[in-house]
Ligand binder design. Structure first.
Ligand code: ADP
Length: 797
């Protein structure tokens, strides 16, 4: 049996108790004070004493029981089952039930009226359901002071809730006040507020009135907290709307007053200006037609009506948007090469791809259908600036639109202009900024675009990017098609993982992998330092940053794959120098390493250095994070235990799985590792990957975890100067991994001399400058056995 509608509790509680229900007497006790009755199991709802509520009955057994009870004009007892073990709660409720109303298809509804709490003493299961023996709760007549005080608090809290909660009927406060019994008041309040079922069951169990009031008070206090926050938000929104509307009407009123004062011609003058401007513009036919139509509506209407305001801002949009203006492309490849080289260090792959793109564009005279380029890489790796250079070399305008956090299709496509304050979508807004129909249009953060009930912005974006459709892009506000087909779109993302796949299909990915220290140093020298000198007014003063200084800034003050923070820190140093210059008219010509500490404060980051001594149970992984390469020790501890494997250190699922795989491999090979006597069921293995609270994941620590495990179990030490990376299969094969370039530079920086990499990654070594490999021994392996051979001390027996 279920409650038909939760909210009906409230209204039903306020209902006059129906006469029919009132006529049914309570159960009379036997000579020992017990009452005996049929029982119904209450599911999904609870009724409190004296409350009235409608219910649904669908189960045959329940219907049977109710019929019998109705026949006997008797009440019955509701019992509640515990979820955990099917046993019954100690307290149930005696209630009366009214006539069953047939709802068809075997469903019935009826009104029920709670009578009193009863303590269930015995439950007997029969063929037709349950029968119980119970003891009615005593009715208290006199309440002590504490109870009265508690009740006052409850009433107080409840009154506040009623004021704030719009879903509660206003007169319920008065109704509760009019009740003289505290018990009853408490139960009405418990019925009225929206509590989860478990709490309602709890309240039913509380025969002790003080305990019940305390519980209700704490629920009310929580409810009030939530209501206050909601109320706060609500009034903020209301204020904002009121303000906008007031401003709008005030403005319109001013216009109306001006008209009254005989300034009618201002209005007419305005219309003439619109007419002239539109007349002069070069517009596609459809646009001109629409504009003229709106103009004539403007002429007809009264100037102060809100609709005229809407028409005016629509016309403003039409006039400010580029419809035909376009820049002439400069498709001279040599010009492009020189601009790309001038503005960017490195980025060879990206530059080559861009030049190919331009070459094809050149040959096809812009008629070819080339894929949309998508620049993928960590922040600060030059994606935006390369986009700007492309625009510069083509002689096109450059605009950007960030898609991060856009969840609503209307943000892309705009709102219909039926309401005040409607605007075109972001794409059209950005085109107004561009001022030409063929800009280089960068869509940032395609990987952060959202999707929810307000429509799918990714779908709208697909239409924007699709050359088959985008010559007639429809924006809800404009209500006519807008040509996006001349635009060169470039998208950017930090990673491809979360780009919607339909979008990913249309794009060609160009990776911006992140810079190694040597590259950062060059970028700093050639670009960042000169730019920051200029920005801080130090252009004409000679200040030099030696390599050592730059390297210190990179290592101790930045932690990134790109160069954004590096530029920021350099800027900080220059600002301090500029200030010194204005104060004492002298500046250092050389910024030494010590001065960096002085200017920037204590180091922000510490590089993890290779270990001091060879140890058993620790091996060094070389990993790749969004911030670039990094080394991280993998530590293994074996203790007596029960065969548990624990892995800690902000480790993701894939890494956890690699640990499981490592252990399985090891178990399968226990003979060859001379671990035959070891009982894995009697030990616990704890793997820990320290180094800050940086989340780590990915399969590439597989070989390291396995090596550390074997070292811990066999007590063979690991050479401290070795770092390793590689995924491992259950049979010990070593599979290739990503980010080799960043990994190797990070390892070198940390003082690692020998680096184990999967043989399949050999090809990635080509991308690494010779200088970055100096003093390193790179060991390529196919199988874990080779890794162990290289990295572990020889077995002693
Ligand atoms: P992203 O768009 O990838 O976040 P930006 O293009 O905004 O990165 O680059 C951040 C800063 O770093 C810019 O000032 C840019 O000029 C500079 N920068 C990044 N990579 C290079 C590079 N290869 N050569 C010159 N400057 C670079």
């Amino acid at each position: 049996m279920n409650n038909s509608d939760h909210n009906d509790h409230i209204s039903a509680a306020l209902l006059q108790r129906s006469d029919e229900l009132n006529e049914i007497p309570n159960l009379s006790p036997d000579e020992n004070g017990f009452i005996h009755s049929k029982a119904l199991v209450l599911k999904d709802f609870i009724i409190f004493p004296k409350m009235i509520s409608p219910i649904f009955v669908t189960e045959m057994n329940d219907i049977q029981v109710i019929m019998e009870v109705l026949e006997a004009k008797s009440t019955l007892i509701g019992v509640v089952k515990r979820n955990e073990d099917d046993s019954f709660f100690e307290i149930g409720i005696e209630f009366a039930i009214g006539k069953l109303i047939d709802l068809g298809e075997g469903n019935y509804s009826a009104l029920i009226q709670g009578r009193r709490r009863v303590a269930i003493k015995e439950t007997i299961e029969t063929d037709s359901g349950y029968e119980v023996k119970a003891l009615p709760a005593l009715e208290i007549q006199d309440y002590d002071k504490t109870t009265k005080a508690l009740c006052k608090i409850t009433l107080d809290l409840f009154t506040q809730c009623v004021q704030l909660d719009r879903s509660l009927p206003e007169d319920i406060g008065v109704y509760v006040m009019s009740i003289s019994e505290i018990d009853w008041q408490a139960d009405v309040i418990a019925s009225a507020i929206s509590l989860p079922l478990e709490k309602r069951i709890n309240i039913l169990q509380m025969v002790n009135i003080q305990q019940r009031l305390e519980f209700i008070n704490s629920s009310l206090a929580q409810e009030l907290d939530v209501l206050r926050i909601e109320d706060d938000l609500q009034s903020k929104v209301q204020r904002e709307v009121d303000k906008n509307q007031r401003e709008f009407y005030l403005r319109e009123q001013i216009k109306a007053i001006q008209l009254e004062l005989g300034e009618r011609d201002i209005w007419e003058q305005e219309i003439i200006e619109y007419q002239q401007k539109i007349g002069k513009m070069v517009l596609p036919d459809e646009v001109r037609k629409t504009a003229n139509k709106e103009l004539s509506r403007l002429k007809e209407g009264p100037s102060f009506s809100p609709e005229m305001g809407i028409i005016r801002s629509y016309l403003d949009w039409i006039m400010e948007l580029p419809w035909t203006e376009q820049t002439e492309d400069n498709l001279d490849i040599n010009h492009a090469i020189s601009i790309l080289e001038e503005n960017h260090f490195g980025l060879k792959k990206a530059k080559d791809r861009v030049l190919e793109y331009l070459a094809v564009e050149n040959l096809g005279k812009g008629e070819t259908k080339q894929p949309i380029l998508c620049f993928v890489g960590p922040p600060g790796t030059g994606k935006t600036s390369l986009g700007k250079s492309i625009a510069q070399s083509l002689g096109r305008k450059f605009v950007r639109l960030s898609l991060g956090g856009i969840r609503d299709e209307a943000e892309i496509r705009g709102h219909r202009r039926t309401y005040i304050g409607a605007l075109p979508g972001r794409v059209i807004q950005t085109m107004r900024r561009a001022g030409t129909i063929n800009p280089v249009f960068m869509l940032d953060e395609v990987d952060k675009i959202g999707n929810d009930f307000r429509g799918d912005p990714a779908a709208a974006l697909l239409e924007v990017l699709d050359r088959e459709q985008n010559y007639a892009f429809s924006d809800h506000y404009l209500e006519m098609s807008y040509d996006l087909s001349k635009i060169m779109f470039i998208t950017t993302a930090n990673s491809t993982d979360s780009i919607p796949s339909a979008l990913l299909d249309r794009m060609e990915i160009i990776e911006f992998p992140g810079y190694i220290e040597e590259e950062k140093m060059e970028i700093a020298k050639q670009f960042l330092i000169p730019r920051q000198l200029e920005e801080n007014g130090l252009k004409n003063i000679s200040i030099e940053l030696p390599d050592k200084t730059i390297s210190k800034i990179i290592r101790d003050f930045t932690y990134e794959a790109g160069v954004r923070n590096l530029e920021r820190e350099i800027g900080k140093i220059f600002r301090k120098i500029a200030r010194q210059y204005t104060e004492i008219h002298s500046v250092p010509t050389l910024v030494t390493v010590n001065m960096v500490d002085e200017f920037l404060g204590p180091p922000k980051y510490f590089f993890f250095e290779a270990g001091e001594e060879d140890e058993a149970g620790t091996a060094m992984a070389i990993a790749w994070t969004e911030n670039g390469g990094e080394i991280m020790p993998v530590e293994v501890l074996i203790t007596d235990g029960k065969g548990n494997l624990q892995i800690t250190g902000q480790v993701g699922n894939v890494m956890q799985e690699s640990a499981q795989a490592a252990l399985s491999y090891l178990k399968s090979k226990s003979t060859s590792f001379k671990l035959k006597k070891l009982d894995f069921e009697k030990i616990d293995i704890h793997i820990h990957i320290p180094e800050g609270a940086i989340p780590k994941d990915g399969p590439s620590a597989g070989v390291t975890i396995t090596t550390a495990l074997i070292s811990a179990l066999t007590k063979r030490k690991v050479y401290k100067d070795i770092g390793m990376t590689g995924e491992i299969t259950l049979r010990g094969k070593v599979l290739p991994v990503g980010g080799i370039r960043e990994k190797i530079t990070a390892a070198r920086r940390a003082g690692i001399k020998r680096i184990i990499i999967p043989r399949k990654n050999e090809k990635d070594l080509v991308e690494i400058p010779k200088s970055a490999l100096e003093g390193l021994e790179i060991l390529k392996v196919d199988h874990l056995d080779e890794v162990l051979e290289i990295s572990l001390y020889p077995s002693t027996n």
